[in-house]
Design a binder for this molecule. Sequence first.
Ligand SMILES: [Zn+2]
Length: 183
Amino acid sequence: MLKCKEVNADLSRYKELHPSITFKDLNEARKIVNLYSLANSKPIVVEKSDRTKLRYKCMIGCPFVLLISQDGKGPDFKVKTLKINHNCDDAFKNPRACTSTLAQYFNSKLQNNPQYKLKDMRKDLKDQFNLNVNTSKLKRAKRMALQKLQGSFLDDFNRIEAYANELRLSNPGSDIVINALML
Ligand SMILES: [Zn+2]
């Protein structure tokens, strides 16, 4: 029987960025900053981006600055500058809330309830982050999250199938059957 993964849609762990945080590459940094931006309802934008650094700012006049760049010694990327004070209002629209970020946010909610309706997803974003997202974008995010869930289910299943094959090989004559419970 496959165990249901830990389900948690809470973004609280993305609410703060600690200066000690490291990222394996800028792609990972982008994903985390997107969730950070969503969790804080702040419409931060990329000011500068190249292979070695990523710099974010907020709206004109807002003191927020975030610079992530390559760590001098290693391959990792680090938070180099972080000024977290905002004097802007919470964002009704947020450029960081892209389809894949929304898919990530809804991942566990859709795992709990694959029938989760678009209008309820919309309401969720409005209630949680005061964020307004159009239905077609939400539709794409929902599809992306469901595909990912299906993919990870198949990965788990294939891993168990491979393990069962090993058992069959090392225990000739035994009868090993996998029972997968679809949740
Ligand atoms: Zn701001």
